[in-house]
Design a binder for this molecule. Structure first.
Ligand SMILES: Nc1ncnc2c1ncn2[C@@H]1O[C@H](COP(=O)(O)OP(=O)(O)OP(=O)(O)O)[C@@H](O)[C@H]1O
Ligand SMILES: [Zn+2]
Length: 570
């Protein structure tokens, strides 16, 4: 069995994530991790909070807390919400960890030794009113590339171009709003990405079958204008990884920290070290060092489109430039954006539904199913309450939930709470087994290719096939004439419940666990051979009728929620 390393883009610390963030990174990563574990592969699934940089400082100031305290608290909040959504990380780390400090300083040291870091004197925005230099997000202005008016100092959210604060047109301070800014001289470190351009491009060209979204964004920043640009990797902040050259001080850089986008992806590696240091694993190097076994690892990353440049260009520049045998990503799954009811999700404006609110109103599986089955894969997609209600009621309540309820209740009332004996499978059962076998192959193919929506479609089709069989077989009628035949039909259907539980676990892990427990089985074996799998629960096997799996969303609930989440949260 292969070994799979999976990382999700690490969520930023400055607030609770919205459903767009969730479906653009952590949730599909969890889907894939659960699927691979279900197929018997060894998986290391890592995520962490991304804690450094200006927005963390701004958020802490707003909350009236020291930034380290603020981050520690928000880490706990995010970890609890991740748990609530069933995100099955092997470790949820922190980019502010001592491991990441050390590793980031290590990379800076070797990159400098390899002639890939340069000290440059530059002019930077100084705000008189604020009495400080203004790094990236402390400045907003108009994007020189696309004209977007609220581009940040480090990146334009509209066109994804990586920016430097001095590039902005009509800049102003986001602390005071002041436009009384002056360019002053200061020194910063630059990563000479331009020197690595050919090597990075050759590496990207080797990749097969990456999503077009991924390669097109990478190619764009490799070739647009003068090509891949060198990047400033230090900032004038106090919160972050202090600039050091390995273990050594870096003269002239005493009051600076590394830029958050330099240290954040390094946390993917540091997180594996944290996982070991937390006593959950015993060897991080076999996942990350190709000289220590990581050549056998398949590494998959998940992220929204705005994160693609950093993962296809900047982080690879760090790894390639180090000249050390670090594992690089094998497949980079990127997502478009999920929009909210006619506009964008926005953390800063509090627009949309946030993870804590979602769990207040419905259990995780409702959200997981909807978000994944409508994931913004080939284009942006949109959350509306109407669509959410329609899909949840149809797929989860009418199809899967109804099947389980009818089968188990019928069996209890006509036979007992045990798999009934008697009868044999006929042509209808054979046809269903064959159909499920074909659909299972399609499901596995889509999951292996991380085609999230397609996987959901195939899974839904398997649920529907069971429902249609039941409807046509009509054991409640057959029972009157031929109870033995009805027993065979129900025996098949009860076994389907276990099969559905196993196959659906990556999407709806809580419902899956509930079904397995009702079916009174620990057998989570992947039903590769449907014909075998439909007899896994033998005649006489005792079960219980589960509570209603999914409640339908009423029109009243839909309208109440639509209204409640129409504005912005404070
Ligand atoms: N609307 C969206 N739909 C899908 N993915 C998104 C969306 N917004 C952000 N993402 C992705 O969510 C992941 C986590 O984002 P992060 O915590 O860094 O917040 P962010 O990018 O600052 O978003 P926001 O500004 O909306 O909070 C990233 O991979 C990002 O690309
Ligand atoms: Zn732009």
């Amino acid at each position: 069995m292969a070994r799979h390393l999976i990382t999700s883009a690490i969520p930023y610390i400055n607030g609770i994530k919205h459903l767009g963030n969730l479906v653009g990174s952590q949730l599909p990563a969890d889907l894939y991790a659960r699927y691979l574990r279900g197929r018997g592969h060894e998986v290391l699934f890592l995520c962490a909070t991304d804690e450094h940089g200006t927005p963390a400082e701004l958020a802490a100031a707003k909350a009236g807390k020291p930034v380290d305290e603020y981050c520690a608290e928000m880490w706990q909040v995010q970890a609890d919400l991740a748990h609530g959504f069933g995100l099955s990380f092997d470790h949820y780390g922190r980019s502010s960890s001592p491991q990441n400090h050390k590793l980031t300083q290590h990379f800076a040291g070797v990159l400098a030794d390899n002639g890939l870091i340069e000290e440059r004197a530059e002019t930077q925005m100084y705000s008189h009113e604020d009495g400080r230099f203004l790094p990236d997000r402390y400045i907003e202005g108009t994007c020189p590339n696309c004209g977007f008016e609220s581009a940040r100092g480090d990146q334009c959210d509209n066109c994804t171009k990586q920016l430097d604060p001095v590039d902005l047109i009509n800049p102003h301070s986001t602390i005071s709003g002041s436009t009384d800014l002056e360019m002053r001289e200061t020194k910063h470190l630059y990563l000479l990405q331009s020197k690595l351009k050919d090597e990075i491009e050759a590496w990207i060209d080797q990749q097969e079958g990456w999503p077009v979204l991924t390669t097109s964004i990478a190619k764009k920043w490799l070739h647009d204008g003068d090509g891949l640009q060198d990047r400033g990797i230090t900032r004038d902040l106090s919160w972050g990884v202090p600039v050091k050259r390995g273990d050594e001080d870096w003269p002239g850089m005493e009051s600076k920290v590394f830029y958050v986008w330099f240290d954040a992806p390094i946390e993917y590696i540091a997180c594996a070290q944290e996982w070991v240091d937390a006593g959950k694993g015993d060897d991080w190097a076999r996942w990350w060092r190709t000289d220590e076994g990581a050549d056998d690892v398949r590494y998959t990353q998940f992220m929204g489109k705005d994160n693609v440049p950093f993962h296809t260009l900047s982080f690879p520049a760090t790894l390639i430039g180090s000249g050390e045998p670090w594992k690089r990503v094998d497949y980079l799954k990127s997502f478009n954006y999920l929009n909210y009811d006619g506009g964008q999700f926005s953390t800063s404006r509090g627009r949309g539904v946030f993870m804590d609110q979602a769990l207040e109103i419905l259990p995780a599986d409702y959200w997981r199913w909807w978000l994944l089955s409508r994931a913004p894969e080939t284009s942006d997609s949109e959350f509306t309450w109407q669509q959410f209600q329609t899909d949840v009621n149809k797929d989860l309540a009418d199809v899967l939930g109804n099947f389980v309820s009818r089968v188990t209740k019928f069996c209890r009332s006509k036979f007992s709470e045990a798999v009934p004996a008697g009868g044999t499978f006929g042509p209808a059962e054979e046809a269903l087994i064959e159909e499920l076998q074909t659909r299972l192959a399609a499901y596995e193919k889509a999951m292996d290719a991380i085609e999230v929506r397609k996987s959901a479609t195939e899974l839904r089709a398997m649920w529907a096939a069971g429902n249609e069989y039941l409807q046509a077989a009509a054991p409640w009628k057959v029972f009157k004439e031929d109870p033995e035949q009805a027993a065979a039909q129900i025996r098949l259907a009860l076994n389907l419940i276990r099969i559905y539980a196993v196959l659906s676990a990556p999407f709806i892990p809580n419902a899956s666990a509930k079904l397995l427990s009702a079916m009174n089985t620990l057998d989570t074996g992947w039903p590769s051979d449907i014909r075998d799998a439909v007899t896994a629960l033998p005649e006489g096997h005792v079960f219980t009728v589960p509570d209603n799996l999914f409640d339908k969303i009423t029109d009243e609930q839909r309208d109440t929620w639509a209204e409640r989440f129409a504005g912005t949260r404070d």
